[in-house]
Design a protein around this ligand. Structure first.
Ligand code: AMP
Length: 351
């Protein structure tokens, strides 16, 4: 079973075998320079912007109750396994547990950029998964402190080489990019239907400012208005940073479909598929973590980063919320990666 489908210059050189699920995460790079190997990065630090939240999740296997979640929470818990510090930018209310902040700090996450609004509630999201665990309904989105969040990039975060714009308001994502005196070497963007429905113009603007977009199949379809995922990827590519025509032509269509949103996307026989929430963010954390650790943002290395992201996402789904990510060790990660590589590498004799 081969889990990665890559279109490079329009040629499909690794094919995908779809198994149980149709859910994919697109990874689309906009900048042609990324097809070259770049190994000169001096600073491995990563800025992560996103939500730190309370989630309430219902799956066919149970209910989580109110637990800690949020895009930046998942990304930070994951990426800190690879590089430190993770420079977090977010906002929480006075209700966000100090113990969870301390746990993140102990993991190597800098929290100077996390604003605490003592008298207000944190971002709250509730969702319900259907039987196939690939589709979910958002039941409640309460922006609370996120509603008027004005991010402030601390001085100590300036100079970070990597920026992950996790899922949150595109206005906040743009504001963070604009506050950075030096453009990071790689900017990765994640988003979701909520922002396409409420802030599409700003989302289109931020798309022109980034290098890599991570979205799942439904989001790619919604963003592009195309059902075919290949057509969707090509259309989204035109929404990226403006490039001179000749560069656009040479620019590679890197459209990698990855099965990340739940274990069904991976050829790994996971025993516990409890909760897919945060798998996309965890994928992003593993993806950026690997690139930052190896200081290499070439397309070749991004393919490895996709495998790492996918392996990390496979942990995320094993328990509710960040439960499993908090437990795993470096040994667990290495063992899962080996398992993954073993399963996706095979020799065949073509007759
Ligand atoms: P994922 O399953 O990777 O899409 O991420 C789920 C996480 O995203 C949850 O922990 C939520 O708290 C968070 N989330 C849900 N809706 C939004 C939103 N509109 N903006 C930012 N984060 C969100």
């Amino acid at each position: 079973m081969v889990p990665v489908s890559i279109l490079d210059n329009g040629k499909m050189y690794t094919s995908i075998e779809r198994t149980l699920a149709e859910k994919v995460t697109f990874y689309i790079t906009f900048a042609p320079v990324l097809s070259k190997s770049i190994n000169y990065l001096a600073n491995m630090s990563v800025i992560v912007v996103g939500t730190m939240a309370f989630d309430e999740i219902e799956t066919p296997f149970g209910k989580s109750g109110k637990i800690i979640g949020g895009s930046a929470t998942f990304i930070a818990w994951t990426a800190a396994n690879f590089v430190q510090p993770i420079n977090q930018i977010s906002v929480v209310g006075g209700d966000f547990p100090q113990a969870d902040m301390n746990a993140l700090a102990a993991k190597g996450v800098a929290l100077e950029g996390v604003q605490i609004k003592k008298d207000r509630p944190s971002f709250y999201w509730a969702g319900k998964y259907h039987m196939d665990m690939n589709t979910r309904d958002t039941l409640v989105t309460e922006l609370n402190v996120l509603g008027d969040f004005q991010p402030e990039v601390p001085e100590s975060y300036q100079g970070s080489e990597f920026l992950v714009l996790g899922n949150l308001s595109p206005q906040v994502q743009i504001s963070v990019i604009n506050q950075l005196r030096e453009r990071p070497k790689l900017i990765v963007l994640d988003t979701m239907n909520f922002w396409m429905e409420t802030a599409m113009d700003d989302l289109k603007k931020v798309l022109t400012m980034v290098d890599v977009l991570l979205v799942n199949d439904g989001e790619a379809r919604q963003l592009s208005g195309e059902y075919s995922l290949v057509k969707a990827a090509r259309k989204i590519l035109t929404m990226g940073p403006p490039l001179p025509d000749h560069q656009r032509k040479e620019s590679t269509v890197h459209c990698c479909s990855m099965r990340t949103t739940c274990s069904l996307h991976l050829p790994l026989p996971l025993e516990d598929v409890f909760d897919p929430t945060g798998a996309g963010d965890t994928f992003a954390g593993g993806f950026i973590g690997h690139l930052a650790k190896t200081k290499d943002i070439s397309f070749e290395n991004m393919k490895t980063a996709i495998i790492v992201g996918s392996a990390m996402a496979s942990f995320c789904v094993e328990k509710f919320g960040t439960g499993r990510l908090r437990e795993i060790t470096q040994e667990d990660i290495s063992a899962r990666l080996e398992q993954f590589v073993e399963l996706v590498n095979f020799d065949i004799d073509l007759v």
